[in-house]
Design a protein around this ligand. Sequence first.
Ligand code: MN
Length: 197
Amino acid sequence: MAFTLPALPYGKNDLAPHITANTLEFHHGKHHQAYVTNLNKLLEGHALAGQTLEEVIKKSTGDAKHAGIFNNAAQVWNHTFYWHSMKPGGGGAPAGAIAKKIDADLGGYNAFVEAFKNAGATQFGSGWAWLVLNNGKLEITKTGNADTPIAHGIKPLLTVDVWEHAYYLDYQNRRPDYLDTFIKHLINWDFANANLG
Ligand code: MN
């Protein structure tokens, strides 16, 4: 069974002006699609074919001869998770269990904002910033290129893509402005709360 590109959980114009339809058309329609297409090609006749995406990621991580499979599989997973980490009219301070946990584990919403922005801004080159649950505690982390917390047994709650293709059309080189907008206007705290479970 080949993997397919999941539909965006909102319309292409729904995150504008913060992320435009132009960005989503390339990022979802071209970049995310390319990872799906490449992964399916790499898995043709391969021992890892027929497994779930999560299994492919966990079984290919850290294995140099499976680097192509890992990179494409992890990027397929990370992008789907990223689309759900945003919603139209999102952002701002959270409510519910995640709000209490941010207060308890991270020192409050303002401390979250600073740490999350810093993780995204200081990821050298391409990668991702994450809010994760590690041994029952919230942490802010970052990963390079395609790497993903699920390859390391860590539970992601929220992510922001800091590859240039995520923001260059709308923000050019201003990654901190993109991160600021993501935090103020896009974060889907319902998704983080659901992942916290
Ligand atoms: Mn991306």
